[in-house]
Design a protein around this ligand. Structure first.
Ligand SMILES: *Cc1c(COP(=O)(O)O)cnc(C)c1O
Length: 331
């Protein structure tokens, strides 16, 4: 899964890094898919929401993109387009997520329409699980899927990261791992990325650009939401919500400064975060590294832990990484 600019990691670098270990790519952005082809990538490319408009279908043909068809107008458009090379398609079945996908009767009609028109090369059936990372699991949807697929012997694609790790017996023919490729846990409340042996791909790093001493009663940042109870040292990190750091991260969100785990203080601003340096050696100061998430060894801070503190998920942190952040690729 390389949608959303490879979960914020950069589509082309991520695609290159995965090239030798993946059988294909999947995304939703047509420009992204064309960029992959322009880079000479010849793997199957699955377009997860199919064409958004019928007039995109010639590009699907030109760039050999595999559409997921989830609704009847797409089937009709494909039949009408009569593409020069018959494409492979995926049909998405709604088995309980109730976002995209055919219900049972529509699915039967879609298959019949495609068969009658003889305009496609192959059909793969797919569905997406709502609760692969939750107590409810995949049982109910898997049962629906089996009933809908019936005795048709078609290849299937079922599993996201959570299902792949938790229900390996149900993976089907094509798996669709996303978040696990980028080193965050698909179910952080149950198992951490480290417990799953997943290593972070993205490290968001900055440094301390100021340090100050507060007296009891002094406050920090907008809204003065943090009030010092005692004298303390506060560090200012050059990273804020305009870099993609979550503005809703409350006081207490973990950050590493020179490898030491500390907490944020007060509100996140556009370009800055304040952190509590109490308890750190006084030599820690301006110029020291701040790890906002990622990192290795002593510097490691799980994006999932930052996300949990901020009431979100690592997916959102990664995807929110702002364009102004300089990206350095390391291998
Ligand atoms: C994004 C996506 C995935 C990957 O989900 P992860 O939780 O990141 O593994 C799988 N399937 C579909 C249809 C998706 O849109």
């Amino acid at each position: 899964m390389v949608k959303a600019d490879a979960y914020g990691h950069g589509l082309l670098p991520a695609a290159r890094a995965l090239m030798d270990v993946t059988d294909g790519y999947a995304l939703v952005e047509l420009e992204g898919a064309i960029a992959l082809r322009d880079q000479g990538i010849g793997h199957p490319i699955l377009m997860l929401e199919g064409p958004y408009q019928a007039d995109e279908l010639p590009l699907f043909a030109e760039f050999d993109l595999t559409p997921v068809l989830h609704t009847m107008w797409q089937v009709e458009a494909l039949v009408d387009a009569c593409l020069p090379v018959r494409p492979a398609v995926y049909l998405k079945l709604n088995t309980g997520m109730n976002r995209l996908g055919f219900n049972e009767d529509e699915f039967t009609a879609a298959l019949a329409r495609l068969a009658a028109a003889d305009c496609i090369a192959s059909v793969t059936l797919m569905t997406h699980f709502a609760d692969a990372d939750e107590a409810r699991g995949i049982e109910r949807q898997l049962e629906r899927f089996r009933i809908m697929a019936g005795s048709r012997e078609l290849p299937v694609s079922l599993a996201n990261s959570a299902a792949l790790l938790r229900f390996p017996e149900a993976v089907g023919d094509w798996v669709r791992p996303g978040i696990m490729l980028y080193g965050a846990s698909p179910f952080p409340a149950m198992q951490s990325a480290a417990e799953l042996d997943l290593q972070p791909v993205m490290t968001l790093e900055s440094e301390l650009i100021a340090v100050r001493e507060l007296a009891p009663g002094d406050t920090v940042g907008y809204g003065s939401s943090f009030i010092a109870e005692q004298a303390m040292r506060v560090g200012v990190v050059a990273c804020g919500y305009a870099d993609g750091y979550p503005r809703h991260a409350p006081t207490g969100t973990p950050v590493r400064i020179a490898g030491q785990l500390v907490r944020t203080l007060g509100r996140v601003s556009m370009d800055k975060i304040c952190v509590d340096l109490s308890g750190l050696p006084s030599k820690v100061g301006v110029g020291d590294t701040a790890t906002l998430w990622g990192g290795v060894g002593d510097m490691y801070l799980a994006a999932d832990d930052v996300a949990a503190a901020a009431g979100t998920v690592a997916y959102e942190l990664f995807c929110a990484l702002a364009a102004r952040v300089p990206v350095i690729e390391v291998s």
